[in-house]
Design a protein around this ligand. Structure first.
Ligand code: ARG
Ligand code: MN
Ligand code: MN
Length: 300
């Protein structure tokens, strides 16, 4: 793994309705992430947080069923530029959210450096909605579709090229809440999805082994987009859209350890940590623990 990490905080909360997720990057830093990674002998450069526009709350813009479109697009354009510079400089970008709409910017910044960027979408949700299919108008439910080039051009057009990723290079892990439009898109595009059904049925070891084998063959880099709501709400309570019956803490560590062994992750983001909804910063601590495993922590 690349031993030089650059951290970028993306305190975005405009892609959904629950306040507090903008404090996610601070919560993750307070949970000791830098010390943890330095112990693992990484050179860690914390670039601080990008600036997220703060719209007047009384004038929330909903255009084409896209809440705060202008601000979300602006924040993501900035994030895309920062991430692009990090990859350009040969360092590993590690991004802290913020709501999951920030994956629009991350992927826009990362994917131009790869012919076939793989994406692991670790999430209870597919985040494959568009303004037309979204039940909520919340852009955090849309970033994977946007990255496939499907959605409003203010979002798909960030960094001037589209699409950012190909459907056959995506693996979704942990899905248990998919809207009708998302299910259709998954079928239409042939996206690989391991729902909780497959995780229960096959076991996490097999699910991750298959995912690794699948992506290793076809990609030249792999981005891990980890939404903390992929985990069970008992293990990660501080998230805005919890869904029962999720991936356990132990299964998640196993997944990260297997990704570390495969030595193929080239960028990562940890999103949807909301300290206002959390219990004593548990969810940020879980995120930091998972980063420990992802970056090679071992007991023996
Ligand atoms: N990143 C997330 N937590 N996404 C939740 C999305 C929930 C729902 N599918 C929606 O579109 O509103
Ligand atoms: Mn989610
Ligand atoms: Mn998500």
């Amino acid at each position: 793994m690349n031993k030089n990490l650059s951290i970028i905080g993306a305190p975005m909360d405009l892609g959904q309705l629950r306040r507090g997720v903008d404090m996610g990057p601070s919560a993750i830093r307070y949970a000791g992430v830098i010390e943890r990674l330095e112990q693992l002998k990484y050179d860690v450069d914390d670039l601080g947080d990008i600036q997220i526009p703060r719209p007047n709350r009384k004038e929330v813009q909903i255009e084409d069923n896209l809440r705060n479109l202008k601000e979300v697009a602006e924040g993501n354009a900035q994030l895309a530029n920062s991430v692009d510079e990090v990859v350009e400089s040969g360092r590993f970008p590690l991004i802290f959210g913020g709501d999951h709409s920030i994956a629009i910017g991350t992927l826009a910044g990362v994917s131009k450096h790869y012919e076939n960027l793989g994406v692991i979408w670790y999430d209870a949700h597919g985040d494959l909605n568009t303004g037309d299919t979204s039940p909520s108008g919340n852009i955090h439910g849309m970033p994977l579709a946007v990255s496939l080039g499907i959605g409003h051009d203010r979002l798909t057009g960030i960094k001037d090229y589209t699409p950012k990723i190909k459907p056959e290079n995506i693996v979704i892990i942990g899905a248990r809440s998919l809207d009708d439009g998302e299910k259709e898109l998954i079928k239409e595009k042939g996206i690989k999805v391991y729902t909780m059904h497959e995780i229960d049925r096959m076991g996490m070891t097999k699910v991750i082994q298959e995912s690794v084998d699948y992506l290793k063959d076809r990609t030249d880099g792999v981005h891990l987009s980890l939404d903390l709501d992929g985990l069970d709400p008992h293990d990660a309570p501080g998230v805005g859209t919890p869904v029962m019956g999720g991936i356990s803490y132990r299964e998640s560590h196993l997944a990260m350890e297997m990704f570390a062994e495969a030595n193929f992750i080239t960028s990562a983001e940890f999103v949807e940590v909301n300290p206002i909804l959390d219990e004593k910063n548990t969810t940020a601590s879980v995120a930091v623990g998972l980063m420990g495993s992802l970056f090679g922590e071992k007991l023996k």
